[in-house]
Design a protein around this ligand. Sequence first.
Ligand code: NAD
Length: 267
Amino acid sequence: MSTSMTRIAIVGAAGRMGTSLLLNGADRDDLHLVAAIVKPGEVDGDVIGPQQTPVADDLQFITEVDADVVIDFSTPASCIHAAQLCADAHIPFVSGTTGLDVAQLDVLVDLSRRISLLHSANFSVGVNLLAHLVERAARGFGESVDIEIFEAHHRHKVDAPSGTAKLLGHAAAQGRGVELDDVARWSREGHTGPRGSQEIGFQTLRGGDIVGEHTAYFCVDGERLELTHRATDRGIFARGALRAARWLSTRSPGNYKMADVIFGRNH
Ligand code: NAD
């Protein structure tokens, strides 16, 4: 049986995630990596990665290679620029870039009226299952529980708390029936006073080569539940993004979530 081939362009191809996408996308008979967009001066030569993917340093190139879908792991500014180019050219768009502000996230929602679009702070199946468990635990414990989200990442990470920590915070808030922005405690320092009963707190650690660790704590008098995910290889994010890209490439316009890819649209 022949498999249809999905043509993929990568934005941020010279970065840690871009490199992992080039490696994990090679040797697959269902994927063809047709363009690798990098920053000017970042790469010597015209091709990159095991598939000898053509390199360009101009985002506009993603609209010139007949791509079925674009995958972006870069920076918030280039994510938004790439998404706008994709919307104008009617190309589905997957992004894992974190650190987008509310206005930038709103732009993506807006563009998803014109193309199929999936922005996820975490493409691992395990983390998306964790988010479901966190939502259920928050629902089960009800209002009496103190919820704290801990995350740890490598020393190069530039945003905090991680997009995944926020994703878990949103899941916890949803389980409790509140908006995260109304209850989030992003950090603590000095004379903080006692903990607010509705707070969802965030703790951050940065160091070494930690790929990504997240724990949701549910603390009540007399017991504590800890739900933890540890990533040891960023290949899980790359493989998840490639899976999402193939899935998204045939969807009609809309704003999709990784859970839609894993569990189906009406999970
Ligand atoms: P990185 O710094 O190693 O790579 C980012 C790359 O994007 C760099 O090479 C940079 O030069 C490039 N870039 C910036 N602007 C560009 C442009 N206009 N055109 C082309 N390339 C451009 O970072 P990373 O570790 O690969 O992470 C990238 C992003 O993905 C971060 O926001 C990170 O938090 C996020 N991330 C998400 C997941 C997930 O599952 N969603 C997993 C890991 C990392």
